[in-house]
Design a protein around this ligand. Structure first.
Ligand SMILES: CCCCC/C=C/C(=O)SCCNC(=O)CCNC(=O)[C@H](O)C(C)(C)COP(=O)(O)OP(=O)(O)OC[C@H]1O[C@@H](n2cnc3c(N)ncnc32)[C@H](O)[C@@H]1OP(=O)(O)O
Ligand SMILES: NC(=O)C1=CN([C@@H]2O[C@H](COP(=O)(O)OP(=O)(O)OC[C@H]3O[C@@H](n4cnc5c(N)ncnc54)[C@H](OP(=O)(O)O)[C@@H]3O)[C@@H](O)[C@H]2O)C=CC1
Length: 261
C-alpha cells in the first residue's frame, strides 16, 4: 500500500461489512494502515476481533459490531450505534457476500434467495441506512460495492451469485444518480476469481478447475485481495472524486477469455 500517501484516511471512518476474513480483512488492515478509524461488521465475533486486534497492534484504530446484513432492524441499530460511537461514516464498503456452487436445476428456492438476500438486499440495506444519514446531514460520502465479474456474460453454477452481483451493479448506478447531487459517490469493483478462506471452502475446491481457470486469465493468475485493496482505496480517496456509478472490472482480463480462440 506504499503507493498511497501515509495518513490518507486520517480523520475518516471506514465501515467494511464482512471485514473479518478474506477481501474484507485485507481492506480493513489497509485502511487501518492509512490512518482511518476502521469499523468492521459481520456475523461471527471471532474473525472480527482478530482483525481489530491486529489493527490496534499496528497502531491503528478499529472497532467491530456483529450483524447479519439481511436483518433490517439490526442494520439500522448498528448504523445508529456507529453514528453515536464514532460520529458517522465517510466510506462504506459493502463487501459481505455469500456463494456456493450448484447447477441451477438443483438449487432450492431458499438457497437462491439466501445468496440474493446477503449480497443484493444486504448491500441495499447497508447503503440505505448510511445514505439516509448522509442525505439528512448534507454530508459527502463514498460507497464501494464489491461485485464480481460473474455479473456479466452469465454465471454457470452460480445463478444466485451472478444475478445478485448484476443487481448490485444496477443498484450502484441507480444510487449514484439518486445521491450524486449531495456529493455521495457510489462505485463498484468487479473482481474475477480470488483465493480466500470463504471461496476456497465453497468454490475453489477442485485443483483441476483452479488450474483451468487460471490458465485462461490473460495476466496469468487469480485476482488477489491486495489487488482489490488498491482499487477500493483509489475509489474511496480524493483521486476518485469524479468517479461515480463506475463498475471497475479487476480480473487480469479473465472476463474476455472467450474472445481468444
Ligand atoms: C468470477 C468469480 C465469481 C465468484 C463470485 C463470488 C464469489 C464469492 O462470493 S466467494 C465468497 C464465499 N464466502 C461465503 O460464501 C461466506 C458466507 N457464506 C455462507 O454463510 C453460506 O455459504 C451461505 C451463503 C449458504 C449462507 O449461509 P446461511 O445463511 O447459514 O444459509 P444455510 O446454510 O441455512 O443455507 C441456505 C440454503 O442454501 C442451501 N445451500 C447452502 N449451501 C449449499 C450448497 N453448497 N449446495 C446447495 N445448496 C446449498 C441450503 O441447503 C439452504 O437451502 P434449503 O436446504 O432449501 O433450506
Ligand atoms: N473470492 C472470490 O472468488 C470472489 C469474491 N467476491 C466477493 O468478495 C466479497 C468477499 O468475499 P471473500 O473475501 O472471497 O469471502 P469470505 O467468505 O472470506 O468473506 C465474506 C465475508 O462476508 C461475511 N458475511 C457473509 N454473510 C454475511 C451476512 N449475512 N451478514 C454479514 N456478514 C456476512 C462473512 O463473515 P461472517 O461469516 O462472520 O458473517 C465473511 O467475513 C464477497 O462479496 C464476494 O462475493 C467477488 C469476486 C470473486
Amino acid at each position: 500500500m506504499n503507493v498511497f500517501q501515509a495518513g490518507l484516511f486520517e480523520g475518516k471512518v471506514v465501515l467494511i461489512t464482512g471485514g473479518g476474513t478474506g477481501i474484507g480483512r485485507a481492506l480493513a488492515l489497509a485502511f487501518g494502515e492509512l490512518g482511518a478509524m476502521v469499523v468492521i461488521a459481520a456475523r461471527r465475533e471471532g474473525p472480527l476481533s482478530g482483525v481489530v486486534k491486529t489493527i490496534e497492534d499496528r497502531g491503528g484504530r478499529a472497532c467491530m459490531y456483529t450483524l447479519d446484513v439481511r436483518d433490517e432492524a439490526r442494520v439500522e441499530e448498528v448504523v445508529r450505534g456507529i453514528w453515536q460511537d464514532v460520529g458517522g461514516v465517510d466510506v462504506l464498503v459493502n463487501n459481505a457476500g455469500g456463494n456456493f456452487m450448484s447447477p441451477a436445476v438443483a438449487m432450492s428456492a431458499h438457497g437462491f434467495r439466501t445468496v440474493l438476500d446477503i449480497n443484493l438486499v444486504g448491500t441495499f440495506l447497508m447503503s440505505q441506512a448510511v445514505g439516509r444519514r448522509w442525505l439528512d446531514e448534507g454530508r459527502e460520502g463514498s460507497i464501494v460495492n464489491i461485485s464480481a465479474t460473474n455479473a456479466e456474460y452469465g454465471s454457470p453454477l452460480m445463478a444466485h451469485s451472478g444475478a445478485s452481483k448484476a443487481g448490485i451493479n444496477n443498484l450502484t448506478q441507480t444510487l449514484a444518480v439518486e445521491w450524486g447531487g449531495t456529493g455521495v459517490r457510489v462505485n463498484a469493483v468487479l473482481p474475477g476469481p480470488v483465493r480466500t478462506e470463504g471461496s476456497d471452502e465453497r468454490l475453489w475446491t477442485d485443483a483441476a478447475l483452479v488450474e483451468r481457470v487460471e490458465e485462461g486469465i490473460p495476466l496469468g493468475r487469480f485476482t488477489t485481495p491486495r489487488d482489490v485493496v488498491g482499487v477500493v482505496v483509489f475509489l474511496a480517496s480524493e483521486a476518485g472524486a469524479f468517479l461515480t456509478g463506475s463498475l471497475i472490472a479487476l480480473d487480469g482480463g479473465e472476463r474476455l477469455r472467450s474472445l481468444i480462440f
